[in-house]
Every structure is written in structure tokens, then in C-alpha cells.
Design a protein around this ligand. Structure first.
Ligand code: N01
Length: 895
């Protein structure tokens, strides 16, 4: 780190020999450290706080650059643990300034008398787990070393400034300033030529203020960021009104929300809204001046789908063009390389208008990279800029920097945290690390932290940790440590959550990309504050699942395992269903069950648009209905005959509508969903025979339907998968039609209930064993059940079309699907399997809700295209949002 960045606090050594003995040591005296100290003291633990700074404040102590404010509304960005405190302090603005937030934290320290337990101006220089004593030994830069049983890092996520990685900083003869270590004295920029490097949140807040003072400001921008106006002002927003109406409910809703702010995400996807509706929503959000609002209230797919996101991004770019007068400058300020929200968006006050000023120049480093910092200023590879002051707003070694880099942390068996994390941070719940007993991280990697309202996350983390320490004390336990299995499970769950978002498509400090050489991967937990809270609670209710606990007199407990094995959205849906406490479907009777499903489906948003949807009937004795989905691309297209699910009893040709639309779009093929007849009115083998008859008719009328003549494809889900499999066998045995491939999604293939998945997943995953028994009883008498027309696994498997068999881990039908795939392979049929881990029976067809099913449907679509002899569909998500046109060259003086 360059000398200019060295922190201001001086430290004096006192009494190096003595060791301070405490129950708990807490590093950091910001939002987190202060609250933890308060909780620890109330719980009767002896504790010491340590901070390199000379006073409380944490990030707000250091980040005192001009324009620094919070960008979560202050009504949300506050402690909530003490209702009296909320009466005692009133914020003055919608977004408080750094001095006001610092005053607030000072007020907290005074109100709860916390300063007396904090050693300021003191850095921890090493932390080592002492196996014999079962305690941590901390060495410090100032005063006595510390022996503590528990060590809590409340060090913040954005507290270790990142070196600027630009040659020549030391050569510069002018003044060098860092937004993350701004001097405590007044900085006079009047009449000076100032250069600012960096246009993240810090730069975007500081630039307008610096421009007001400086003779000339040159902004060196490597990557434009999305920003929207804060519309700051007095603290009188709708959110404050909501808070005042019912404070407790407001706080509780925030605790269970996704971002720690009481806003429920909008359910409507972008495609369900008209252009005018989308515009209206966007303008409202733009006027609101609230990041959480715009990130959650526009349309449901903005954070998870490139197309939904691009609509917002385009509207934001349009705003930049409206505000910034010079079109070239506007183009350069328009983000082009990341989806909106995947990189931290910013709130701005006069940022864009600043580029209309005569004394401001934007230098686009994409066109002319910085070559070096020289004695007199900054040289790009095209020109030189003479400067009196350089401000580095270049960001932080986020999330891990403050934990890993500040001092060596040595855990069990002499392992260093830096080594353990060399390929990226590994934690359990973001709170603990296997191999590092009694070490706790507050808002560490793996916690919602920076993707949430930090105030809410900090309180939750601190409460969880201190409550565990109290429980352990009550039970005579003194050490707690995450198990490897739990930690690995958390990494998998983190990856599952990240796959739901667009974070994976952006190179940001969330992913470690801003620090050269740093291990890459999404570091914060992207599953949301409420779900995270429920997981932490579940760990406790399941007997501290994934933790090894021990006490001095041999007391020990370890309930090992993974806390979340389901996909995150599957977990949410199943929890929601459990909370609804619905009667068992099999208790409703056939008609009751049908009514229930119809009612249930009514609340679901429509599927995505396709080229055309037609309803028709298949002539014959029974005039079966069908629904045809045609792609928007020019035809004729291959045809897929599709059979819906529903246990041979429920649903119709419309009930898997979102799935058919989605697959029609992905495959570029016609889907014809067949309304086969149902039990109990029409028992076995009606559904099977209808399926075959419909397939034959569709094959004979392929051209008439606008499809390609020749071999068809068949597909089906659940009981529909059963009918698809049976149709392939009948078509082979009855002389056609020709079928080029079969897609079987969680199919019923056998009449045996003995396979392990029937026992493992008997209850709790919507399709239960009892429900399957009921479906079977209604459809097929026991004597008929081994007939291959209902148990295709018992039929001849040779000579069948190639198959793609999809199963779900938490599905009673899982093992019979796998058995069918294995049987096909053994019979020489080309077969591929997709075993969806963490998924349940309905995962793939709940298109609008189970977003994690999308990746599986993409694979199913590719399989169908292979069967039809079509090339793979283009799937480069990045290419879909990146603005390839390079921003035009920027003039020296904008505006
Ligand atoms: O840091 P950043 P920040 N040459 O990493 C550029 C929180 N926060 O301090 O994007 C040239 O976002 C870099 O460019 P690029 C908030 O969570 C909150 O602004 O890497 N440029 C980028 O433009 C925020 O996200 C508030 O290409 C270089 C900038 O420097 C987080 O802190 C206020 C460079 C760094 O942006 C970090 O924000 C402030 C180089 N060598 C911060 N190296 C609130 O309002 C880096 N850059 C509460």
C-alpha cells in the first residue's frame, strides 16, 4: 500500500508484557462492533473492542470525502434493537451525510457507554488459536496482547482500501488523497487542478462536490457505472410514513425481506407488462431515488434474466443521454459491460450534470489507458494532464481484504486463513470457518452483507453469534467450529443462489475482479436476508447442524450435515406451500383436486410470448383437444408432441402452458400439448391410447399444422412423461409414426414403490408417496399395473428412439426415472440423463417461480434440437447485454 494511504492513527506501546484476559475480543468499532459489544456486555461476557481508528465509526470514520452519505434510506440504515433508541434519535435527511452518521455512532457509543471497552488506535497484528488453552491469542500494535475465548471480526466489508495499481504514485509532487482514507483536516481544493480516478459510489458522490471547488476537475473513468438520482432532502419520504404507521411491523418486514428493506419484490415479469406499464414503473422508480426500490419494484426478471435486465439498462442509458448535453460524453458515461444491479449501482446528486460544467473533463480510460502518474500529473497513452491533486476513488479489497490481509490469522494445526482461502473464501453461513474454532465473521463472505441493508444484516449476525455464545455457556460448551461438510454444503448453496442472479456476468468487487490476482467468485450470499435468517434459525433448531461443539470436561456434540440441499427457490416454494397448510390433494376427491389445481394455476403469471398459440381438436371418436405453440421464427418447424403432468387425473392441454412456451422459445420448435382423457372417468389404458392416437394424427397432419413432415419428437412431464415413453413403445410396435427422440421429465416408468426415492422423498416435496398411491389407484387397477402401457420399464426397451431423461433429487419418482434411463442404455438406446440436484418434482415446469430450473430446460432444449438434427442454439448471455459499440472519443472539455 503506498505511503499516502497509511492510516492516520498513531499508536503507542504500553505494557507489552501483560496479557489482557477477556471472554471475547471484537475487532472494529463500526455499526457491527458497537452492537456486539453492547450485546456481549448485556449477556455478562467480558469483552474488549479494538480499532485502528481513534474513535468509533468504522467505515464512517475513514470515508469522510466530500459528498459521502449513505445510500440506503436512513430510516432503514439504523439500529433497530432498542425502540427507545429510535425515539431518541431522528435523522435529518433521507440520506444522512457522513458527519451525521458518525455523530449517530458516537451517540450510540455514549448512550450504551461502550467506549470504555474499546482500545482505539490499536491494530491486531496477529491472531493465533492456542490449542492447549483453547483460546485465541491476539498480538496488538498498542498495549497489552489479548487472550480471548472467542474472536469476532466486525471489520466491515469495505475497509481495506485497494492499492491503485498505477505506476508512479510516489513520483507525483502534488497532493494524493484516497476517498477511503480521507484526511481529518479540511482539504481545500479551491482553485486547484484535481484529477479523480474511479467512478464507483465514492467517486460518483465526490466528483460533483470537488467540481464545485476545483479550478478544473479531470475525471479518469475506466468503467461507467449505473447511477440514479438520490432525490435527497428532508426525512419525509413514503418509507418514513410507513415506518411511523407501525414501527415494529416495519422492522419485522425488513428482517424477513430480501434486501433488509421492507419492500416485497414485484411478482410481474417484464413480458407481462406493456411498454407503457414498464415505462410508468421505471419513471416512478427514477423519481423515488431509492436503489432497493428500483432493484425490486420494476419487474420480477430484472435481476435474474438478461432480457428483463436489458430493458432497465436501456431506460437508464436513455436518462444519461437526456441529462448530459454532449452526446459523446453521454455515451462514455453509459454503462455497457454489465447488467444493471450486477455491479453495485450508485445514487447520485448532480453527478451527470457535473459533466455539463465547463471546468470538468471526462477521460475515458477505455480509449486512452493511464500510462503512468508523473511528477506533474497523469499521462494517458494519448496525452498528459497537469494536476495539483490526485484523488483515488479506486475502491477496496472487498469482503476478504479486511479479514485476510490485515493480519495473519492462524487456526487449528497452524493453518493460516490466507492459505485456506487462497482459492477464494470458504465459510459456513458467512459466519464461521472450518479449522478456526471460536472465530466469527460479521458480514463476512458468504453472508448477505453488502447485498443488503447492512444495519439489518449486522444485527442479525450479531444476535445469532451472541445467542450461540450464551447457549454454549448454558450448556458448558466452550468451543464451536464449522464442519467441513457443512462448509462445503454452504459453498454449493452459495453457487446455487448465485446462478439465480446476474452477478456471475459482471466483473466487480463482489466477485474479486477489482483486485489483480484475487481469487474470483461471487463472495456475498445472494439468497436474500429473510431466507438467510431462516437458514441460520434452522441451523439452531436442527441441533446446531454443521457445527462441532465441545466443552472442557468432555462435553461434545456434532450434528453434521448440510443445512440447505434444495435449490434456493425450491426451498422458498416448499416453505411457502408448507405455510399454506393445504389439505392433502388426495383428500379432496378427483373433482376437488381439479378445482384446486385450476385455482392454484390462476395466480401464476402468463408464460412468455411465442409466435402463435392455437387451440384445436383432433378428430376421431373422442375429439381430443390440443394447444399448439408456434415459434416466432419462420417455419416450418420440427414438431414436439407434449403430454402434461397430473397423475393421469389432473390438468389439461393448457396446464403446462409456461413450460410449453418456454420450450417452444428455447428449441425453436412447435409444441403441441395434447389434452388426453383422464381417470377416473377414463381409466387405463385410455391416457396411453389417446397419447399414441394423438401422436399419429399430429404426424399425419404435420404440414397442415405448419410443422416439418417426417419424424416427430415426443416429450412429457410426470404422468405425461409416462405417456411419452409409452407412445414411443407403441409407435415402434405398431408401425409408426416415426419418432426422432423422447424427452422424459420426471416420468412415471414403473409400478413399484420400493425404490429408495419413494421412501426418502415420501413427504415434504409436494408430490408425496400417498399422492402417487392415489393417482395409481384412480388410474389403474392392480392387475393391470405391469402392462408396459403404464409401466414402460417392464416393456421391451430395444429399438426405441434416443432419449433424454430428466430426474429430480427430491422426487419420489427419481429412481424409476433413473432406472428407465439405465434400462434404455442397457438396451442399446442412445440416452442421456440430467439429474437435477436440489430439485423437486415440479421444478422444471414451474417456469415462472423456479428460476433455477431454467438451466435444466436449456439442456432439455439442446437435447431436442440434437434429436431433430438442429445446431445448438446460441447462448452467450454476455453477448446479449454488452454494448459492443465502443463509446466515441471524448473531447478534452466536455459540455
Ligand atoms: O469503489 P468501487 P468505491 N485505474 O470499487 C476504478 C460502498 N460505498 O469506493 O470499475 C483506473 O466501486 C474502478 O474502475 P473499474 C458501495 O458498496 C457506499 O467507489 O474497476 N480506475 C471504479 O470505477 C460501493 O460499491 C457508499 O473499471 C480504477 C472505481 O475505481 C463500495 O463501497 C459510498 C483503477 C472503484 O469503484 C465501493 O465503492 C461509497 C485503476 N487502476 C462507497 N482501480 C454509500 O453511498 C480502480 N478503478 C453508502
Amino acid at each position: 500500500m503506498p505511503e499516502a494511504m497509511v492510516a492516520a492513527s498513531a499508536s503507542e506501546s504500553t505494557d507489552r508484557g501483560a496479557v489482557q484476559q477477556v471472554d471475547v475480543a471484537v475487532v472494529g468499532a463500526g455499526f457491527a462492533g458497537l452492537y456486539i459489544l453492547h450485546r456481549l456486555r448485556k449477556a455478562g461476557f467480558s469483552a474488549v473492542g479494538l480499532d485502528e481508528a481513534n474513535d468509533v465509526g468504522g467505515t464512517w470514520y475513514w470515508n469522510r470525502y466530500p459528498g459521502a452519505r449513505c445510500d440506503i434510506q436512513t430510516v432503514d440504515y439504523s439500529y433497530t434493537f432498542d425502540p427507545e433508541l429510535e425515539n431518541a434519535w431522528t435523522w435529518s435527511e433521507k440520506y444522512a451525510t457522513q458527519p451525521e452518521i458518525l455523530r449517530y455512532l458516537g451517540f450510540i457509543a455514549d448512550r450504551y457507554d461502550l467506549r470504555r471497552d474499546i482500545r482505539f488506535g490499536t491494530k491486531v497484528t496477529s491472531a493465533t488459536w492456542d490449542e492447549a488453552a483453547q483460546r485465541w491469542l491476539l498480538t496488538t500494535s498498542n498495549g497489552a496482547n489479548i487472550s480471548c475465548r472467542d474472536y469476532i471480526m466486525a471489520t466491515g466489508c469495505l475497509s481495506a482500501p485497494k492499492p491503485p495499481e498505477i505506476d508512479g504514485v510516489k513520483e507525483f509532487k502534488g497532493e494524493v488523497l484516497f476517498t477511503g482514507r480521507w484526511p481529518h483536516h479540511d482539504v481545500d481544493l479551491k482553485g486547484k487542478r484535481v484529477g479523480v480516478i474511479g467512478t464507483g459510489s465514492s467517486g460518483i458522490q465526490a466528483i460533483p462536490k470537488i467540481a464545485e471547488q476545483a479550478a478544473h476537475l479531470t475525471v479518469f473513468q475506466r468503467t461507467p457505472n449505473f447511477a440514479m438520482p438520490a432525490h435527497n432532502g428532508p426525512r419525509t419520504t413514503d418509507r418514513v410514513a410507513q415506518f411511523e404507521a407501525d414501527r415494529a411491523a416495519f422492522r419485522e418486514q425488513a428482517r424477513w425481506s430480501l434486501a433488509g428493506v421492507p419492500l416485497a419484490p414485484t411478482p410481474a415479469p417484464s413480458w407481462a407488462l406493456s411498454d407503457a406499464e414498464r415505462r410508468e414503473r421505471f419513471e416512478k422508480a427514477w423519481g423515488e431515488g431509492d436503489l432497493v426500490f428500483i432493484l425490486s419494484q420494476l419487474w420480477a426478471d430484472q435481476g435474474s434474466d438478461v432480457d428483463g435486465n436489458t430493458i432497465v439498462a436501456d431506460l437508464l442509458r436513455e436518462k444519461v443521454r437526456e441529462i448530459v448535453k454532449d452526446p459523446q460524453t453521454a455515451a462514455a458515461l453509459s454503462p455497457f459491460d454489465h447488467p444493471f444491479g450486477a455491479k453495485r449501482p450508485c445514487l447520485e446528486t448532480n453527478y451527470y450534470t457535473t459533466f455539463n460544467r465547463d471546468n470538468v473533463t471526462l477521460v475515458n480510460l477505455r480509449d486512452e489507458p493511464i500510462k503512468a502518474i508523473t511528477a506533474t500529473g497523469i499521462a494517458t497513452d494519448k496525452r498528459s494532464f497537469d494536476l495539483d491533486v490526485i484523488v483515488f476513488a479506486t475502491g477496496f479489497d472487498a469482503m476478504t481484504g479486511a479479514i485476510r490481509a490485515v493480519h495473519p490469522i492462524t487456526g487449528r494445526d497452524g493453518k493460516s486463513l490466507s492459505d485456506v482461502w487462497k482459492n477464494g473464501p470458504q465459510t459456513y453461513l458467512g459466519l464461521t470457518v472450518a479449522g478456526f474454532p471460536n472465530l466469527f465473521l460479521i458480514t463476512g463472505p458468504g453472508s448477505p452483507s453488502v447485498l443488503s441493508n447492512m444495519a439489518v444484516s449486522i444485527e442479525q449476525h450479531a444476535d445469532w453469534v451472541v445467542d450461540r455464545l450464551i447457549d454454549m455457556r448454558d450448556k458448558g460448551l466452550t468451543t464451536i467450529e464449522a464442519t467441513d461438510a457443512a462448509q462445503e454444503g454452504w459453498a454449493r448453496h452459495m453457487a446455487d443462489c448465485s446462478a439465480l442472479t446476474l452477478h456471475r456476468l459482471a466483473n466487480t468487487w463482489y466477485t474479486g475482479h477489482n483486485v489483480p490476482g484475487k481469487a474470483l467468485g461471487v463472495m456475498p450470499y445472494t439468497g436474500g436476508v429473510g431466507p438467510y435468517r431462516s437458514i441460520c434459525n434452522e441451523v439452531v433448531s436442527k441441533g446446531m447442524l454443521g457445527f462441532r461443539l465441545a466443552g472442557p470436561d468432555g462435553a461434545a456434540q456434532c450434528n453434521d450435515g448440510e443445512i440447505v440441499r434444495l435449490q434456493p427457490d425450491v426451498r422458498l416454494v416448499l416453505n411457502m406451500l408448507a405455510e399454506m397448510n393445504l389439505p392433502a390433494i388426495e383428500s379432496m376427491g378427483a373433482q376437488g383436486a381439479r378445482d384446486f389445481v385450476t385455482e392454484f394455476n390462476k395466480g401464476r403469471p402468463p408464460g412468455r410470448p411465442v409466435g402463435e398459440i392455437l387451440d384445436g381438436t383432433i378428430p376421431g371418436n373422442e375429439r381430443l383437444r390440443y394447444r399448439l405453440y408456434r415459434p416466432a421464427t419462420p417455419g416450418p418447424h420440427p414438431i414436439v408432441v407434449y403430454f402434461h403432468g397430473g397423475g393421469w387425473l389432473l390438468g389439461d392441454e393448457q396446464s403446462d402452458d409456461p413450460f410449453c412456451r418456454d420450450m417452444c422459445r428455447r428449441t425453436g420448435m412447435i409444441f403441441v400439448s395434447v389434452g388426453y382423457r383422464h381417470a377416473p372417468e377414463h381409466r387405463f389404458p385410455t391416457a396411453a391410447e389417446d397419447g399414441f392416437a394423438a401422436t399419429r394424427w399430429i404426424s399425419e397432419h404435420a404440414s397442415h399444422l405448419g410443422g416439418q413432415p417426417g419424424p416427430l419428437l415426443v416429450a412429457g412431464w410426470s404422468a405425461g412423461g409416462n405417456i411419452a415413453a409409452v407412445t414411443c413403445q407403441l409407435a415402434r410396435d405398431r408401425g409408426g409414426p416415426q419418432i426422432a427422440g423422447q424427452l422424459l421429465v420426471c416420468p412415471v416408468t414403473d409400478c413399484s414403490f420400493d425404490r429408495p426415492s419413494y421412501t426418502e422423498n415420501a413427504t415434504g416435496y409436494f408430490l408425496t408417496r400417498a399422492l402417487m398411491y392415489w393417482f395409481w389407484d384412480i388410474y389403474c387397477s392392480p392387475d393391470d399395473r405391469t402392462d408396459p402401457r403404464v409401466a414402460p420399464l417392464r416393456g421391451e426397451l430395444r429399438g426405441l428412439p434416443p432419449a433424454y431423461v430428466v430426474t429430480a433429487e427430491f422426487d419420489p419418482l427419481r429412481d424409476e426415472g433413473i432406472a428407465y434411463a439405465e434400462g434404455l442404455a442397457a438396451a442399446g438406446v442412445p440416452v442421456e440423463q440430467l439429474k437435477g440436484s436440489g430439485h423437486f418434482h415440479s421444478s422444471y415446469v414451474m417456469v415462472d417461480v423456479i428460476i433455477t430450473g431454467a438451466a435444466c430446460r436449456a439442456k432439455m432444449a439442446e437435447a431436442l434440437r440434437r434429436f431433430a438434427g438442429l445446431p445448438a442454439a446460441a447462448s452467450d448471455e454476455r453477448a446479449r447485454f454488452e454494448r459492443k459499440t465502443p463509446p466515441p472519443e471524448i473531447n478534452a472539455a466536455a459540455g
